[in-house]
Design a protein around this ligand. Structure first.
Ligand code: PPS
Length: 577
């Protein structure tokens, strides 16, 4: 095993940094060795973790966690050696892949395009209890939590841990000049003579209140500022990082250039609230910060299925503050800033004068205004930011959207989808693509059957095509059975950030579909000639949050297509002129 060129940088800028990229000579040897090694192609999430492992952002970790560290982190937020570390950093693989591997093996970890990124020397292979992990790390099993949903639906069932020898970091082709390794940032801070640096984490655009807050927080601690937005994986539905980075670049002119810098962090967030806040603090310490700004609901996952928040508003702040000495980074509280018209400025909520009305605009409200083409007040943001957001969020009638019909076989979804398709073509405002179940199964998924796995793949393909159409501001009308809630949610999450997503549940009862039995398939399924038929011996999980529910027992397909059209008009996706 090749010794990594791990180096130690003394405090004040972050303590020891474990960089795992080996020397060029050693990398050349690893590339040769890897020709003979088994490979794992990493997904986007795993590449984010790998990048921060290799560049020391996750110091003191030296690889993907083994079982002892994993158990200890889940149970007590510490590695097995007692070091504080709140989030499992694990490499998940399929059971089939795991069969070929054993402890001591060396495995090539590759970019999906084949580049060798690192070699893993396996120490542990185990089957984690994902439910127990979700409970320990997220303190809930509610799948409305994006971290829980990801873990329980998309994590593969076996974890493989071990140390890493890094060959090269995952490549990036966007905003290269704004990406820095921890060592690069530390060296930059040293060069500038910065001693105190407050790190600011964000996954949202920055507006006037944030700038006031950052200046306030930095001023209070005499610190310089590192604006350190996450550009890896954030919460589903967030504004994509291309748009956000253009906004960050625009606001830099409103911050003092001598004491502020912007750098992008390729982190895959888990939205784990307090645990996540502590993790963010460790990562910022590794990037050379002496302080870390933590506000209300830091890394909050949004509301649970009962509408209530998963974590207390100040839990993150309290957890980081409680451990700041041991973590080696100070917690700088972030006061919620609001605009007070009477004072014509932003002030901390706690300092709003009596009788004055604090003003703010939430992210959701901002998006509503952008989509509806409504005014965004001057006090809220900078014209350059709003202009960039308006480009990215045109009003709904200029956005792309997907109408996603779901329902049992024979429910009537294809008939309604076809009529809707024709009506939308008639309006002529955008190109329309029909992705009916049968069309897709002929042209996109002809090799697939009806097992759970194949159905999921089929729906994911439809989702992918629809997301591309939506992104490019066209209309996709999809009409598969799509029987599983989790897959439908995945499609929704894929498409929503790019435009509209309208789920239409064609709620025809099974008895009616069976009675109609236009293709004779229900009869065959009852006779046992077709296995795994939806509604008979394969489940159909009814949507609970569909935007439109249509009843084919009381209305004609023509009327129902019109209902959907009216919904689209009401919501602003199509205009009557
Ligand atoms: S899925 O579950 O969303 O991937 O299904 P989909 O691609 O929409 O395909 C459904 C059509 O395939 C026919 N068919 C079956 N349906 C359900 N279960 C089984 N086992 C099955 N075998 C064949 C059926 O005709 C469906 O067409 P529709 O238009 O829905 O009636």
């Amino acid at each position: 095993m090749t010794a990594p060129k791990s180096r130690s940088l003394a405090a004040p800028h972050g303590g020891e940094l474990c960089e795992l990229i080996v020397t060029d000579k050693a990398a050349a040897r690893l590339r040769e060795e890897a020709i003979e090694l088994p490979s794992i192609d990493l997904n986007a999430r795993q590449m984010c973790d790998l990048e921060l492992l290799l560049n020391g952002g996750f110091s003191p970790l030296r690889g993907f966690m083994g079982q002892a560290d994993y158990d200890s982190v889940c149970e007590r937020m510490r590695l097995a050696d007692d070091t504080l570390w709140p989030i499992p950093i694990t490499l998940d693989i399929s059971a089939e892949q795991a069969e070929g591997f054993s402890s001591g093996d060396r495995i090539a970890l590759r970019h999906p395009e084949g580049m060798l990124l690192a070699v893993l020397t396996v120490s542990d292979i185990w089957q984690p209890d994902l439910q127990a992990e979700a409970q320990a790390v997220f303190n809930t099993l509610d799948e409305a939590h994006p971290g829980v949903f990801q873990l329980l639906n998309h994590s593969r069932p076996v974890y493989i841990g071990g140390t890493l020898e890094g060959v090269e970091p995952p490549p990036h082709h966007t905003f290269k000049h704004l990406r820095h390794t921890p060592a690069e940032l530390r060296a930059w801070f040293d060069k500038l003579g910065w001693k105190n640096i407050a790190g600011f984490q964000t996954r949202n655009p920055i507006h006037k209140s944030h700038i006031r807050m950052m200046r306030h927080a930095a001023g209070a601690t005499g610190a310089n500022l590192l604006i350190h937005p996450v550009v890896g994986i954030t919460r589903p539905g967030d504004i994509d990082y291309f748009v956000r980075v253009r906004c960050y670049q625009a606001v830099m002119q409103y911050l003092p250039a001598q004491t502020t810098t912007l750098s992008l962090l390729p982190l895959a967030m888990r939205m784990a609230g307090p645990r996540e806040a502590m993790w963010h603090a460790i990562i910022r310490k590794n990037h050379g910060c002496s302080h870390f700004i933590v506000g209300k609901d830091h890394a909050g996952p949004g509301p649970g299925s009962d509408g209530k928040p998963f974590y207390g508003p100040w839990e993150s702040r309290e957890l980081v503050a409680r451990h700041e000495e041991e973590l080696g980074i100070s917690m700088t509280p972030f006061e919620e800033m609001v605009y007070v018209e009477e004072c014509a400025q932003h002030v901390p909520l706690s300092e709003v004068p009596e009788g004055a009305r604090p003003l703010n605009i939430s992210g959701t409200e901002l998006r509503r205004r952008l989509r509806a083409g409504l005014e965004v007040p001057d006090w809220f943001s900078y014209p350059e930011v709003i202009e960039r957001l308006r480009q990215a969020f045109p009003p709904r009638h200029k956005q792309g959207f997907t109408v996603f019909f779901t329902g049992l076989s024979g429910s009537g979804k294809s008939t309604i989808a076809n009529i809707l398709n024709a009506k939308l073509m008639e309006t002529g405002t955008r190109p329309v693509t029909l992705l009916d179940g049968d069309i897709v199964r002929t042209h996109l998924s002809s090799e697939l059957g009806f097992s759970k796995e194949h159905r999921e793949l089929n729906i994911q393909r439809i989702g992918f095509v629809a997301s591309e159409i939506t992104k490019n501001r066209g209309i996709a009308v999809c009409a598969p059975i799509a029987p599983y809630t989790a897959t439908r949610r995945q499609v929704r999450e894929m498409i929503s950030p790019l435009g509209g997503f309208i789920e239409v549940f064609v709620a025809t009862p099974l008895e009616v579909c069976e009675q109609r039995d236009r293709k004779g398939l229900y009869a065959k399924a009852r006779a046992g000639q077709i296995k795994g038929f939806t509604g008979i011996d394969d489940p159909y999980e009814e949507p609970e949050n569909a935007e439109v529910v249509v009843d084919t027992t009381r209305h004609t397909p023509e009327e129902l297509a019109h209902q959907v059209l009216l919904y689209l008009e009401r919501e602003g996706y199509i205009t009557s002129d």
